[in-house]
Design a protein around this ligand. Sequence first.
Ligand code: DAT
Ligand code: MG
Length: 135
Amino acid sequence: MSERTLILVKPDGVRRGIVGEVVSRIERKGLKLVALELKHLPRETAEAHYAEHSARPFFGELVEFITGGPLVALVAEGPRAIEAFRALAGATDPVAAAPGTIRGDFALEIGENIVHGSDSPDSAEREIKLFFPEL
Ligand code: DAT
Ligand code: MG
């Protein structure tokens, strides 16, 4: 059974020129690209995307960061795509993330951890609608 996940290469990943590296890892894993777009997020979209974190002390910084430059949003599809991409991404804290994962290889700070991946079928559906309403 195939499923879809929403992946973001956040503004730090775009700024550092590793979009190709991240997309290559997704493709090498065998996930299929269904949609891909470079966008500059409006504040309202960023706040909706991270609504579950709205009460956290870092929420303001998170919204500033994610709206601070262009990002690449994509939808990938495959068997257990949600879990498969979370494994490629590594732990939220890049210092704890295993080497060989995207965060483990390319990041040092939790607030700038290069990628986002949906964490459940419900959030994937919600996030895909938010970024790609046409899908
Ligand atoms: P993930 O992106 O692994 O799903 P999350 O949903 O818990 O992690 O948090 C969303 C993002 O918020 C995360 O990628 C980076 C930021 N973040 C999380 N915890 C943080 C913290 N303690 N300080 C600063 N930023 C944090
Ligand atoms: Mg999350």
